[in-house]
Ligand binder design. Structure first.
Ligand code: SAM
Length: 229
């Protein structure tokens, strides 16, 4: 029997199809995020432009615009849209900002940042996800700088950054990340235990880190040198 799974090229065309049905579901998702408290219209517009359904396997396509995290393989998840919007809002991304994302995963968050006009550097610790996402995102027209490695140490070769966004739960705020921020720069990172974390924002003011704390979230663990062992 004919199966798109056996025809990667045709499947690709199918996956990026973005007709009125998908756009309608995306608009509903944006409305839901607004009701949940996301106020930055630029974040909402970016979420409204990224074809989230393109990140889903055929069997899960119907769930693409639910406000839920979903498995992407390798024991990892594509983050819940509300979480992506919340972190992006707290990061206060401006067009032209140099942004480091730690935890590329599916690449969805990187696309939202790119839609906001950021120059995105993204690092992933899982080789399978790194290879998969590096091959996939350009097919959707998104081209961040991809790196493979331990993002708990940041990306010293490309530092300093205007913004750093960590999309996995850390036990502590890694010092290296603070050191790789410019003056006025912002780090958004979930910090806590393996199951539950508080969203933390650090802004460098007069050379010193100023910390704010927000709601609780549940991320997969940040691994590596300054993450969970
Ligand atoms: N931002 C992703 C997206 O939009 O799909 C979701 C990220 S997922 C919740 C967390 C990711 O962080 C996983 O892909 C995991 O492999 C990665 N990760 C965990 N520890 C890491 C580390 N030390 N450096 C880089 N990536 C790491």
């Amino acid at each position: 029997m004919f199966n798109l799974k056996n025809w990667p090229f045709l499947r690709q065309i199918f996956m990026v199809k973005d007709d009125y049905k998908q756009r309608g579901l995306r608009n509903k998702l944006v409305k839901k995020l607004r009701l949940k408290g996301i106020q930055d219209e630029r974040v909402l517009e970016a979420v409204g432009r990224v074809p989230r359904h393109a990140f889903f396997d055929d069997a899960l396509l119907l769930h693409a615009y639910e406000d839920k995290a979903f498995p992407i393989g390798e024991g990892q998840t594509i983050s819940q849209p509300y979480t992506v919007a919340f972190q992006t809002e707290k990061l206060a991304v401006k067009a032209g900002d140099k942004v480091l994302e730690i935890g590329t995963g599916s690449g969805y968050q990187a696309c939202v940042l790119l839609e906001m006009g950021a120059n995105v550097y993204t690092i992933e610790y899982n080789r399978v996800l790194f290879e998969r996402t590096r091959a996939f995102l350009p097919k959707l027209g998104y081209n961040p700088y991809f790196a493979f490695g331990d993002g708990s140490k940041g990306m010293p070769s490309k530092a300093p950054f205007d913004k750093i966004l960590v999309t996995a739960g850390a036990p502590v705020v890694p010092d290296d990340l603070i050191k790789q921020l410019k003056e006025g720069g912002t780090l958004v990172i979930p910090v806590g235990d393996r199951e539950r974390q508080k969203m933390v924002r650090i802004i460098i003011k007069n050379g010193k880190p100023v910390r704010d704390e927000f709601d609780n979230f549940a991320f997969v663990p940040l691994l590596g040198d300054q993450g969970w062992k």
